[in-house]
Design a protein. Structure first.
Lengths: 552, 1060
């Protein structure tokens, strides 16, 4: 009988022990290795971590994918550049630009990532319970969020026209977004940029973070789009006249390359603008307004967050020709430090290489330092060619299409270097990239003056930039929108978001038709003035049918 | 140590071969010595006890002596019989196999009878208990592995052995030690986990399936219908696979040794271009892009040209594959006494994959012990240990398929010591052995470590409550721990560009780019079951009641440390073991592969009543209430009821005497099951991040990475099953037919959301999916001759149809029907796995001017060119737009079939099974995208190689394949049918006869030759159709639409089983 009691005790204990302990408590889920969104943003340092994501997204513009991908926003298939590897490639054939085209879609999607982060930031920063040491800490944090949100909507409205305006954090899935008008998007961007230009610091305490001038720069452009030319002039003027901080066009050697070393001594200050390590304010650069930052260690070691794809920005690889592979000229088919490892995914159009430089005279932007047009025979050139090593490669030697499309075409110094990190040509060009640079502010103001009919002021602004380049001044009577676009190409090719500039002006079709690569010029159509909304965005928005831009 | 073990094992194998030869000779002698001795013997009295294999006394067993007398066992299973001392006794009992025992002068003969081959009396493991096969009312499929012909097939993984069972689709496993995926009765869930629940020896198994030792497995029982599975509640919607390991079976300790040695090779190897075919391909590929091919130096790189002039071609696929043996050794000791049942085993599996350096090693131990302390109290413990080693990286198959056959594997003049990083001189085509550090594959200069060990133990007590007969209480606790370490190191040598002599001369210059990491992870889990059961018969009423409570907890924790830049250390020879030497050391931010903590908990309440009347009328009711921590607050609990009824018609008087019908039962069941297949924390919005740089300073960033769903809960499946079990013609033909229909609601769906949200997807409970299907299993004894020849067949057929009934409920286009969700590829009224794409009418030919002129851009620019896909303007609006897409095929199969045959003649047994998965039909089932196999531009590089098949070129216009530079601007998927039939398993075994065994003093000895995946018939272009793997398998490309699974392996093995 005693054993029965024991059994009962065991059963009772077994069932009591494990049911008495509360199920609810046992099943409570406890997140231990991450913060929930509700608890993640409670002080300045945490907001800095959130806003740091904006800069990751900027990096993605220059290092997201191989091939001509990064050239899209820089104007792939328009008047300035094209894909030399395949005549039937998209943007060489604008007929292939459709709603599943990925370059355009990736740019579109990236903007909404920026908008998401900005909306979360703006919402969380205004919540009670955040530890702000002072009001300025809060407003400058908000200003950074609003700058990037305004920047993203400007990017979207310029390229795609009206897009859905998402202005609040998204906490549950919404599938019935509707397109706002293009003006509404620009107006929304304007409000954000106005706030940003009021509350951003003149100089960020952390190197590379956005400061006030960038907000005014983009505000100027958005104002032009909204036909508020006085507002545009005012905003640009605040950048130019020092109200927004000590910005000025560089006109003397500075930074890493002004030594007496043989390779460096013959360079000039325009070259210095694009040398590795020279883009941030603390290096003496007074032109950079918004900068995408990259970094590797001095011997090529990876710095966490310093790079994305292939441990470098992909611009040199994409933009430079590949003379090192021109075997018939005696090159070993191995890239060297001085020649870099260009792969010619993108080539300038004849317009960019030649047309805009006609009669350029003393313009330093077109000297051999800044645009390398001369290439020389390699060390093992065959005697049968009749040339010796280091002889200039004449045009007559470049006989096939590939010779001039892939192997030898002008290399713009701003995309590469002759001194790679650790002398490694394929991974050793890691520099920061200008999203916006001061000359563009002058061009924006010139554009606003021109729109108001004040050609003299427009010419004056253009001539500030031209004078710095030691180019002859333009006469007021010659200033047209075409001239400004030409000057933009001379100064900003491969930097400005050409695709956005042309789309904003409604000139993608016109300029491509007139100056683009032959297949691009033949295939572009008027509807290409706006790019397509990505099909995934349309398909996923199951609660409302979004109508794409005409022709897609 | 490793080598010694292999040596001793293989020498054992060699001994086996010698012994085999000796046995054959002995056999011949033995046969000739058979003679009958006619000597008179005195009668003796024999006593003994007859039990079944679980030790239960068998009452009423008839015992007949060859000399005449007979007896039956009493209520304790005992008998007494007086007969000659040289007689032979025959024990027979319904449902059990007859057994003959020679008296040989003994006065005590205890016998254990084994259940009959007829499956009706097999014990079936159901959730939290067992039942006899004929008492089962749900759709339960049992597969006995122990003693079956399949036991000799070289399965590596516990799930491979159940392939060919109706209703169960087992995917292939492709690399050494890999685990297949498995789906029971079609896909219920759109996104959530669709793997069945695995239960090992009665305890829910959370680990990796390859921790279970194949050789220990006695049987599988698969709960397919909702009623049977509902006892496992929230985790049972995808079916439940119960795995039972071996136990001691005889009083005499049984020592078993088994081993096999096999050779593996790829089932299918794509034929790439070589020789002049390759040169033609390269020329075409360049010229069609408008590039200059006027001179061979413009077509080939200098290294390629040199190689071409020397006639030197590399077969890269052959280079990256290796001789791939598999060896398995297993030693077990088992037995039983009145009080104790024990089973100990130890084994070693050593497998090489077919790709160079792919290897896997797994030693394992199992201990099972059960002891009866008194007649009412017993306890036991099971312990399982295994360790696994996957270390070592394999060359990329991607580069092996796309590399130019021209070039050099090694740098010239290094005596084949230094690999050439870019064999053809093209830096986009790296040596497959070298790997590619910046992207996806590891190589010669990379170290890879991947090791784990697992220990799992269950302890239980069983109490038979004496004052209430039939009341039983069981309490068990299981604990498991898995420790794993993985590490990676990229040495400076991997950065050398072997085309540059100064790089080769001084690899140390790249020390700053060496990097590595090491991570350790610990997985701890525990589970308790507290079960009270009551089994009793009242006259013809039999009842069996179960009530229980269960609770489990799982915890996973991983810590990873990274280091890079070893320039200051001056060396990397210590690799990942000395990460502290790196200049930069970091602990990466939280992500699913880095530093992580994951936890979840479950609680469950279980109840079940089984009732039958005279084993004719059956009813079962069960219910489970489950709670899971991963679901949202207030949505954590769910109810899962189930019920079934059955009628054994053959037990009715009107059929009992039928010689035609031996057994016939009809069943019906209905139940609700759940799927909790989401990861923990899915209901929370979390922040995650990485690093970015300001100036030169690394800074962590963090942002909201997931969209929370605060109401996320179970996915529920309600299913109806109707079934018939039958056995006909004196048990010559038996089988089951089941039809079922299920409805799954509140789908746990990872749903793509508009990019405007800033998020890609969200976890949702949404929509409804219906499955219906039919399953047929037949077993027949086709031939059984007096001469000892038997031929048995098994046939199974299963077909499942899937339909999405509801999704969002939105009707934006106002057509009165719910809208499809194109972005998620979900279509109302259609099957899951829909391929939504353009309709293609072959290839645009140069003569198709009407087509090319009709579809132009708005400015009249030509869009379609000869050699393009000819896309159909489905809606006839005069333009090719996304609106011309439609559902053109499905990834789901049409139906499955399996046919197995076993031929036995005397001591020989031949077994083989043929498996087929069929597609086609009007819906184009079982189609998969095959971008690389069907589009020559699938590899994107004009310098890459491709398949040796036709493609479109001017003047050689193909009707089937696009031009080499077709840029696929419509993103077409290039679909192909994966239908295949395969000689899946085969085995030929020989059991040595008793006379030989007696001379050798062993109880059994069997030798066998067997194989898996022996022959495949298919039209698929690429690797294996079973996994839809394309050429360029195992990665190497960022194209996520490409199935880059590895090749499947064919195995042929030779083995031996020896029992003492």
């Amino acid at each position: 009988m005693k054993s029965y009691k024991n059994i009962l005790t065991i059963i009772a204990a077994g069932s009591v022990l494990f049911t008495a302990c509360k199920d609810d408590k046992f099943l409570k889920e406890d997140l231990k290795d991450r913060l929930s969104v509700e608890s993640a943003y409670k002080n300045k340092a945490q907001f800095d971590g959130l806003s740091a994501t904006f800069y990751k997204d900027l990096q993605l513009l220059y290092s997201a994918a191989d091939g001509p991908h990064e050239a899209w926003v820089l104007g792939l298939g328009t008047d300035v550049c094209f894909d030399p590897r395949d005549n039937s490639a998209k943007y060489n054939n604008w007929g292939l630009v459709n709603s599943i085209e990925t370059y355009s879609a990736d740019f579109f999607n990236l903007q909404y990532d920026i908008i998401k982060i900005a909306n979360v930031l703006i919402d969380a920063a205004n919540k009670p319970g955040v530890l702000w040491v002072n009001e300025a800490e809060k407003t400058s944090t908000l200003a950074e969020g609003r700058f990037f949100r305004g920047f993203a909507y400007r990017n979207l409205a310029n390229a795609y026209g009206g897009v859905p305006l998402v202005t609040e954090p998204v906490n549950e899935p919404k599938v019935d977004y509707q397109r706002a008008s293009r003006e509404e998007c620009w107006t929304f961007a304007k409000a954000d940029l106005e706030y940003a230009r009021t509350y951003l610091p003149l100089l960020a305490t952390v190197n590379g973070r956005v400061a006030r001038a960038a907000a005014d720069h983009f505000l100027a452009e958005v104002n032009i789009s909204l036909k508020d030319y006085d507002g545009a002039i005012a905003a640009a003027t605040r950048v130019i006249n020092g109200t927004d901080g000590a910005y000025a066009l560089v006109n003397a050697r500075f930074g890493a390359r002004n030594t007496t070393a043989a390779l460096d001594v013959n360079k000039d200050y325009y070259y210095d603008l694009f040398a590795m390590g020279n883009q941030l304010r603390q290096t003496g650069n007074t032109e950079g307004l918004l900068i995408a930052q990259f970094e590797v260690g001095p011997t090529g070691a990876v710095i966490p967050g310093g790079t994305i794809t292939f441990n470098r920005p992909l611009i040199e690889r994409m933009m430079w020709s590949q003379p090192w592979a021109l075997i018939k000229a005696g090159y070993p088919n191995v890239a060297s430090d001085t020649s870099g490892r260009g792969v010619a995914f993108v080539r300038q159009t004849n317009y960019t290489n030649y047309t805009i430089w006609k009669n350029s005279g003393t313009d330093i932007r077109n000297n051999e330092i800044n645009i390398k047009r001369k290439f020389y025979f390699g060390p093992t050139v065959a005697a049968s060619t009749g040339f010796k090593p280091k002889d200039l490669i004449p045009k007559s030697f470049l006989t096939s299409r590939d010779d001039t499309m892939l192997y030898v075409f002008p290399n713009w110094a701003k995309f590469g270097t002759d001194k790679h990190i650790n002398a490694v040509p394929d991974n050793g060009y890691v520099r920061d990239f200008y999203v916006a640079r001061l000359p563009e502010t002058y061009f924006l103001r010139a554009e606003a003056y021109l729109a108001k009919g004040d050609r003299a002021s427009a010419a004056a602004d253009l001539n500030v930039v031209r004078a710095r380049a030691k180019a002859a001044p333009v006469a007021a009577g010659d200033v047209t929108i075409d001239y400004i676009l030409d000057e933009r190409a001379r100064e900003l090719y491969g930097e400005e978001f050409r695709m956005l500039t042309l789309a904003r002006l409604g000139l993608v079709y016109d300029r491509t038709r007139r100056f683009g690569y032959e297949t691009s010029a033949a295939s572009v159509s008027a509807n290409n003035n706006l790019l397509p909304i990505p099909q995934t965005a349309i398909d996923r928005n199951v609660g409302f049918k979004i109508i794409n831009n005409p022709g897609y | 140590m490793k080598n010694r073990l292999i040596y001793s094992c293989s020498s054992m194998l060699r001994t086996g071969k010698i012994v085999l030869t000796a046995f054959v000779l002995l056999l011949l002698c033995a046969v000739s010595q058979v003679s009958s001795a006619a000597v008179n013997h005195a009668p003796i009295t024999i006593t003994g006890k007859v039990t079944d294999n679980t030790g239960l006394a068998l009452i009423g067993v008839s015992i007949r002596s060859s000399a005449g007398p007979a007896a039956t066992t009493d209520s304790k299973g005992s008998y007494t019989l007086r007969t000659e001392d040289n007689a032979t006794l025959t024990f027979s009992y319904i449902g059990y196999a007859n057994q003959e025992v020679k008296v040989n002068g003994r006065t005590t003969i205890n016998v254990q009878l084994l259940e009959n081959a007829s499956q009706l009396n097999d014990v079936v493991v159901v959730g939290y208990g067992t039942q006899k096969r004929k008492d089962v009312t749900g759709a339960v499929t049992s597969i006995r592995l122990e003693d079956s012909p399949k036991a000799t097939v070289p399965f590596v993984n516990a799930l491979e052995a159940i392939q060919g069972t109706s209703g169960i689709n087992v995917g292939p496993s492709t690399s050494a030690g890999a685990s297949p995926n498995i789906v029971v009765r079609g896909q219920n869930s759109i996104n959530a986990n669709s793997s069945p629940l695995i239960v090992l020896d009665g305890v829910i198994f959370n680990g990796s399936i390859n921790e279970i030792n194949m050789n220990d497995i006695a049987s599988y029982d698969i709960l397919k219908d909702a009623s049977a599975a509902a006892i496992y509640g929230s985790r049972s919607a995808n079916g439940v696979v119960l795995i039972t390991t071996k136990r001691g079976r005889t009083e005499k300790p049984s020592i078993n040794f088994s081993s096999y040695y096999g050779i593996q090779s790829a089932t299918r190897i794509p034929e790439m271009r070589t020789g002049e075919d390759f040169l033609q391909w390269r020329r075409d590929n360049l010229s069609i892009r408008g590039q200059d091919i006027s001179d061979i130096t413009k077509v080939l790189s200098p290294l390629e040209l040199k190689s071409y002039n020397e006639g030197h071609y590399i077969d890269w696929l052959d280079e990256v594959m290796q001789y791939a043996p598999i060896q398995n050794y297993q030693l077990s000791v088992s037995g039983r006494t009145d009080k104790t049942n024990y089973y100990f085993s130890g084994g070693l599996l050593d497998q090489k994959g077919i790709l160079y350096n792919d290897k896997f090693k797994k030693p394992n131990f199992t201990i099972k012990l059960e002891n009866n302390i008194t007649d009412w109290l017993s306890f036991g413990a099971n312990g399982y240990y295994s360790s696994q080693d996957f270390s070592g990286a394999s060359p990329g198959l991607y580069m092996a398929t796309y590399s130019s056959p021209l070039g050099y594997k090694y740098v010239e003049g290094t005596n084949d010591q230094l690999l050439q990083r870019y064999p053809s001189g093209n830096t986009s085509l790296y040596n497959p052995f070298w790997g590619n550090n910046t992207s996806l594959t590891q190589g010669f200069y990379d170290d890879n470590l991947e090791k784990s060990n697992n220990i799992r133990g269950t302890g239980f007590i069983n109490v038979k409550v004496p004052f209430i007969p039939g009341l039983n209480y069981r309490f068990d606790v299981t604990g498991a721990r898995k420790n794993s370490t993985d590490a990676y190191f990229h040495h400076e040598g991997g950065e050398v560009n072997t085309l540059i002599p100064s790089d080769i001369a001084n690899p140390n210059q790249f020390l700053s780019r060496a990097s590595g990491y090491m991570a350790t992870a610990a997985e701890n889990s525990w589970l308790i079951n507290s079960l009270l059961s009551y089994t009793r018969s009242f006259g013809k009423h039999n009842i069996d009641v179960l009530a229980g409570y269960t609770r489990d907890n799982y915890n996973y924790q991983r810590l990873r440390a990274d280091a890079s830049d070893f320039s200051r250390a001056g060396t990397t020879e210590l690799g990942y073991n000395a990460l502290y030497l790196g200049v930069t050391q970091t602990i990466p931010v939280q992500s699913s592969t880095n530093t992580i903590i994951n936890e979840y908990q479950n609680v469950g309440y279980i109840g079940r009543i089984n009732y039958n009347y005279a084993q004719k009328y059956y009813a079962t009711l069960n219910i489970r209430r489950d709670g899971n921590s991963a679901f949202a607050e207030d949505h954590k609990f769910g109810w899962f009821p189930g019920g079934s009824i059955a009628w054994a018609i053959s037990e009715e008087d009107f059929l009992k005497k039928s010689s035609f019908v031996n057994y016939l039962k009809v069943r019906a069941s209905y139940g609700k099951t759940g799927n909790q297949g989401i990861n923990p924390y899915a209901t929370q919005a979390v922040s995650s991040g990485g690093f970015v740089v300001f100036g030169t300073t690394s800074t962590p960033y963090s942002n909201p990475s997931t969209l929370a769903n605060k109401t996320l809960s179970w996915e529920k499946t309600v299913a109806l099953n109707l079934g018939v079990d039958f056995s006909l013609f004196g048990e010559r033909l038996s089988g089951n037919v089941d039809v079922y229909k299920s409805k799954t609601t509140d789908q746990l769906l990872t749903r793509f959301v508009p990019i405007f949200t800033g998020y890609n997807s969200v976890n949702a409970n949404l929509g409804e999916v219906q499955n219906k299907g039919i399953e047929l299993t037949l077993r027949s004894v086709n031939m059984k001759t007096a001469g000892g020849f038997t031929w048995e067949s098994g046939y199974s057929f299963w077909l499942n149809r899937n339909k999405l009934v509801h999704l969002t409920g939105l009707d934006v286009n106002n057509d009165g029907k719910e809208d499809d969700d194109v972005a998620n590829s979900l279509f109302i009224g259609k099957s899951l796995g829909a391929n939504y794409d353009y309709t293609v009418d072959g290839i645009v030919q140069s003569t198709d001017t009407e087509y090319m002129n009709k579809y132009r851009s708005l400015t009249g620019t030509q869009i379609f060119f000869p050699g393009d896909l000819k896309i159909r303007d489905l809606n006839g609006d005069g333009a090719i737009t996304p609106d011309d897409r439609s559902v053109i095929s499905y990834a789901k199969e049409n139906f499955n079939m399996n046919l197995s045959n076993t031929f036995s003649y005397k001591n020989f047994q031949l077994f083989f099974s043929i498996n087929g998965i069929f597609g086609g039909g009007k819906n184009n089932f079982f189609s998969s995208t095959n971008l690389r196999g069907l589009s020559p531009n699938g590899s994107t590089l004009s310098s890459a190689n491709w398949l040796n098949k036709e493609y479109w070129m001017p003047g050689r216009e193909s009707q089937t394949t696009v031009r080499p530079n077709y840029n696929n601007s419509y993103g077409y998927g290039f679909y192909q049918s994966r239908t295949f039939a395969r000689l899946q398993n085969a085995s030929l075994s020989y059991n040595f006869p008793k006379s030989v065994l007696e001379k050798l003093k062993v109880t059994n000895l069997k030798v066998f030759v067997s194989g898996t995946n022996l022959f495949t018939a298919t039209g698929w272009t690429g690797l294996d159709p079973a996994n839809g793997a394309q050429i360029g398998g195992n990665g190497g490309s960022s194209n996520t639409s490409v199935n880059t699974s590895q090749p499947l392996m064919r195995t042929v093995s030779f083995g031996v089983n020896l029992g003492l």
